[in-house]
Ligand binder design. Structure first.
Ligand SMILES: [Zn+2]
Length: 126
């Protein structure tokens, strides 16, 4: 949780008025713990849509896929920005399932990213 941004959509804390939330990657309701390895920062949008989900659906593979884990997986290996740097594209099954389940490219997100691009703070370089 060291980068002070959402582990799923990379929203930096400094660009949002909502405090990033502590998200349980494996939900407490399904037996997850509050150990450091199971916690990540998430923006309000991602935390609401992630909720207690562990799996998402990948339309290409037409099957249920485990969602991206910000702690054990590398964002850059699973996602890439589109040419305009306003939409997240899943590169892997888990990446695509996460984009869909967490609605990473809804209009509010994309509109905010258009403004954030005007700063040097978004999208993050790493
Ligand atoms: Zn987010």
């Amino acid at each position: 949780m060291s980068k002070n941004r959402c582990g799923y959509c990379l929203t930096p804390q400094i660009l949002t008025s909502h405090k990033l939330e502590i998200e349980h990657i494996f939900p407490i309701s399904k037996g997850g713990t509050s150990e450091k390895e199971n916690l990540c920062l998430a923006c309000r949008h991602c935390n609401l849509h992630k909720s207690s989900k562990i799996y998402g659906f990948d339309a290409v593979a037409a099957k249920r896929i485990r969602l991206f884990n910000p702690n054990s997986q590398n964002w850059m290996e699973h996602f890439v920005w589109d040419k305009e740097k306003t939409s997240v594209i899943g590169k892997t099954l888990g990446g695509r399932a996460t984009v869909y389940a967490l609605k990473l490219n809804d209009d509010l997100q994309k509109n905010a990213r258009k403004i954030w691009k005007l700063t040097n703070l978004f999208p993050p370089k790493e």
